[in-house]
Design a binder for this molecule. Structure first.
Ligand code: 1CP
Length: 344
């Protein structure tokens, strides 16, 4: 980790310390909304790009150069560690992760062996290069959370209702817990190696966990997310916990033990602060689709997010989910300027 990142607005906000301006970065800031990204990726499949250190570094840097955001997010995907241990999967353009043989029984679990740094040398190498190149700008490492990874593995690809996933969770709880256990071991090693290589913060993406009810979250998911955050505590890097549609789960996400809770656009930040409880910073939560409207509309909405964010003990400005591919990069440039210029 670069010594100056500790004093950056992003890391300070995560620790709920005073900041000169509200820090801002965007989920999927590196990706299809950027022409320079599309040019680099034109002839390179997604998973090949994710295993090529020079490309990882360049794509991670693109939005930092263009927008001057307060943090970089490591360019990769949540399925990269699964691919690295031998799960037969691919990322299909326009679809997302697709698993050749979905995991639906005990025998299929065997492929989910523990991950070691030797499985992902390109991740360690790219993190180390990025930390040098970024200087005082923090690098966020990340992983998919066990529930969200389980959904891709069980369904075999993106899913609207997570039917097979919930069928296993409710109908074969022993198999479910064995799968979550293995994914927790993999995810913990993967996050730790990114921090040990120099990442300044870690974000756990539980994008699809909003599909479960609070009581089921407590029984089937919380034991694993709690263990993950506890297993990262000694690293002394801020831990961010993100999900979509998690309004009813915000209290439980707070309980899971992260330093920062991500909030999508469905719950205003002042109400989210109440639901998450004390001792946490919040990250969010402008609706990404607002950036498709004219700037004056986006500006008004962004100012409202900033104002409500003051109810939180620390606030990292972000969108409620990833940048939509059709977003005009100039909107994100204007938004970044607005966040930086607004008095805290
Ligand atoms: O062809 C392409 O350009 C592939 C599109 C793409 C990109 C740019 C995918 C496939 N993944 C990514 C990069 C990516 N994925 C990042 C990059 C860093 C950044 O944020 O700038 C990150 C953090 C992810 C993480 C990720 N992948 C999540 C969690 C975040 C989220 O958006 O909720 C999830 C759910 C995935 C799965 C995935 N990978 C790709 C797609 C299209 C999807 C979603 C598919 C679905 O709807 O289920």
């Amino acid at each position: 980790m670069h010594p100056d990142t500790a004093d950056s607005p992003f890391i300070r906000a995560c620790h709920r310390l005073p900041v000169p301006h509200t820090p801002v970065w965007y989920m999927r800031q590196a990706g299809r909304s950027l022409p320079e990204y599309r040019a680099l990726r034109a002839d390179v499949p997604m998973l090949e790009a994710c295993a090529t250190p020079d490309l990882i570094v360049e794509i991670t840097m693109q939005p930092v150069r263009r927008y001057g955001v307060d943090a970089a997010i490591f360019f990769s995907d949540i399925v990269v560690p699964l691919k690295a241990i031998g799960v037969d999967l691919d990322i299909k353009p326009g679809v997302g992760p697709v698993v050749d043989t979905p995991i639906r029984d005990e025998a299929a679990l065997r492929v989910l062996r523990p991950l070691t740094p030797d499985d992902v040398p390109y991740v360690t190498e790219a993190v180390q290069s990025l930390v040098k190149e970024l200087g005082p700008t923090p690098l966020i490492g990340f992983a998919g959370a066990p529930f969200t990874l389980a959904s891709y593995l069980i369904e075999g690809g993106p899913s609207k209702n997570h039917d097979h996933t919930k069928a296993m969770m409710y109908g074969e709880p022993a198999l479910w817990h064995a799968l979550m256990e293995r994914l927790t071991v993999i995810t913990l090693s993967y996050l730790r190696l990114q921090a040990e290589a120099g990442a300044s913060a870690l974000q756990l993406f539980d994008s699809w966990v909003g599909a479960v009810a609070p009581a089921d979250y407590r029984e089937f998911v919380l034991p694993y997310t709690s263990r993950l955050f506890a297993g990262l505590a000694d690293l002394n890097v801020p831990r961010i916990h993100f999900g979509v549609g998690t309004g009813e789960l915000l209290g439980l996400l707070g309980e899971a033990g992260a330093d920062v809770v991500g909030v999508d656009w469905r719950v205003p930040l002042d109400e989210a602060a109440r639901r998450v409880g004390p001792g946490k910073a919040l990250q969010g939560n402008l609706d990404p689709a607002v950036l498709l409207a004219p700037w004056d509309v986006a500006e008004r909405r962004a100012r409202d997010v900033l104002a409500r964010g003051r109810a939180a003990e620390g606030h990292v400005f972000n969108l409620g989910h990833g940048v939509l591919p059709t977003t005009d990069p100039d909107q994100l440039a204007r938004l970044t300027g607005l966040i930086h210029e607004t008095a805290v």
